[in-house]
Design a protein around this ligand. Structure first.
Ligand code: NAD
Length: 497
């Protein structure tokens, strides 16, 4: 019998008014026993109204009250993370250890938000003019919208929600309809931790729900994470409706391997970053730029390591799980034929994988394609699956030029033992997050996460100091308290004196 996943509005599960639903798959089994409601615009209205009603009390709560809820939430999440991880594996397919890793990175942001009384402090300058002081305050925006992708069903909501609520906002979260349970799981836990009803609401849905949020007059901001075309659309629609928008988009991340690199470290890193979570990470390495003199040796080492990887059901002890849907698996697999047709060499073909899992799971094994031409769609498209491309380059300059010509600028890495080359790379590369002998350079929570170019629309990254900035508005106050030495009438423009 099928279970229906409800919205979470004003502290309770609710069916809403829409009659539309969509199946939620277990990708390792290839079966569906759940479906999710797809909100109508009226359901989004109900969630926004709940968030708006909860805002004044939450905004006016003391820091101590807000921090108390977050602290309890942190403890509960840490204690129950295994349950959440199992939920992630069942709907997304990633292996359990990877699901626990995702939760750990989300917990980091909760811990960062626990420092909010310090992080959101303003400044104070005494005597900017005689007897006059200036100070700044940071205040919440109001109701904020968060729209998240399928690939991190817990971590991406946790990039935004803890910071938004710690700073006094109320939230409407629209998770991916492909793996929607984690968001409701988190919202229930927040309620158990003492979060007042209406401060965090979850509406499930597709374009209809997203569009309703983007133009809703009571929604002040949108934090979006997803593919580039949708990120661009969300940014353009949300800003045209007068909202503050940060829209994080897709990626094609390059790893440049110089001849002096430790090739074993580079090969380990390429495999870990290329095939972890079946390549469904926005910080996955999808292109290895190998300098020709070491390319044969590097490709051989990568292929050797791939031979030891196991693909299968994430609840078993496997390295890599299935892809999110059958359609996505078929699309990713189709690039292997494109690679051959475009003159690349298929070194390892993931279509021949023998999975440790059910016959109907959405399987594709790790795939390695060498000598990929830059005009092949295998290079230009974000494939978002376990297909690692190798592009051979003459040296540093050609590698850098290829990275800088990419439309994406999310993450990149250089592997070298030359500090000067690494330093040049960090200065010259047009990418927002850089690894030096580190393949997935996701910044820790007290820095901010975000790319350049078509990997981020808007000028504010996620979490860290920029997250605090995004979810607050600054006021500057100039004050004078009664003093017998006031200067009388002066129609000139105010200036210091
Ligand atoms: P997606 O763009 O298909 O969906 C993201 C969100 O947008 C979902 O909530 C979905 O319901 C909604 N959506 C889908 N189609 C829509 C439409 N036509 N109009 C309005 N809303 C729509 O992305 P996905 O497949 O869920 O996630 C994978 C993508 O996300 C990849 O491109 C990946 O690189 C990107 N991603 C980026 C980052 C980052 O930080 N830059 C992080 C994670 C994922």
């Amino acid at each position: 019998m099928s279970t229906t996943i409800d919205h979470w509005i004003a502290g309770a599960a609710t069916a809403g008014t829409s009659t539309r639903t969509q199946p939620v798959w277990d990708p390792a089994l290839g079966t569906t026993e759940k479906d999710v409601r797809l909100a109508s615009a009226a359901d989004v209205d109900t969630a926004v109204a709940a968030a708006l009603a909860a805002f004044p009390d939450w905004r006016d709560s003391s820091w101590a009250r807000r921090q108390g809820v977050l602290f309890t939430f942190r403890e509960l999440l840490n204690a129950r993370k295994q349950d959440l991880a199992e939920n992630l594996t069942a709907e997304h397919g990633k292996v359990l250890s990877d699901a626990l890793g995702e939760i750990a990175r989300g917990l980091e942001v909760v811990e960062f938000a626990l420092a909010m009384p310090h992080l959101a402090k303003g400044d104070y300058s005494e005597n900017v003019s005689t007897g006059v002081d200036t100070y700044s305050l940071r205040q919440p925006l109001g109701v904020v919208g968060v729209i998240s992708p399928f690939n991190f069903p817990a971590m991406v909501p946790l990039w935004f929600v803890p910071i938004a609520i710690a700073t006094g906002n109320t939230v409407v979260l629209k998770p991916s309809e492909k793996d929607p349970s984690a968001s409701v799981w988190l919202a229930r836990l927040f309620t158990e931790a003492g979060l007042p009803d209406g401060v965090l609401n979850v509406v499930h849905g597709d374009k209809e729900a997203v569009d309703a949020l983007l133009i809703h007059p009571d929604v002040q901001s949108i934090s979006f994470v997803g593919s580039t075309p949708i990120a661009r659309y969300v940014y353009e629609t949300g800003t045209a409706a007068g909202k503050r928008v940060q829209a994080l988009g897709g990626a094609k991340n390059h790893m440049l391997v110089l001849p002096d690199a430790d090739l074993d470290l580079a090969a380990d890193s390429a495999v870990n970053a290329g095939f972890g979570s079946a390549g469904e990470r926005c910080m996955a390495i999808s292109v290895v730029l190998a300098v020709e003199t070491v390319a044969d040796a590097l490709v051989e080492k990568i292929a050797e390591r791939m031979a030891g990887l196991t693909t299968g059901d994430g609840r078993r002890s496997c390295d890599m799980g299935p892809l999110i849907t059958k359609q996505h698996r078929d699309k990713v697999a189709s690039y292997i034929d494109v690679a051959s047709a475009d003159g690349a060499t298929v070194v390892v073909d993931g279509r021949t994988v023998v999975p440790d899992g059910a016959a109907d799971g959405f399987w594709l094994g790790p795939t390695l394609v060498d000598r990929v031409p830059l005009d092949s769609s295998v290079y230009t498209d974000e494939i978002f699956g376990p297909v690692l491309s190798v592009v051979r380059v003459a040296g540093y300059d050609e590698g850098l030029d290829i990275i800088n010509r990419s439309r994406y600028g999310n993450g990149t890495a250089i592997f070298t033992n030359d500090g000067g080359a690494a330093r040049r790379f960090q200065r010259e590369v047009h990418v927002g997050m850089i690894g030096i002998n580190v393949p997935i350079p996701v910044p820790v929570a007290h820095y901010s996460f975000g790319g350049w170019k078509e990997s981020l629309f808007g000028d504010t990254k996620a979490y860290g100091p920029q997250g605090v900035h995004f979810f607050t508005r600054e006021k500057a106050v100039t004050s004078r308290w009664l003093d017998p030495s006031h200067g009388g009438i002066n129609l000139g423009f105010p200036r210091n004196g």
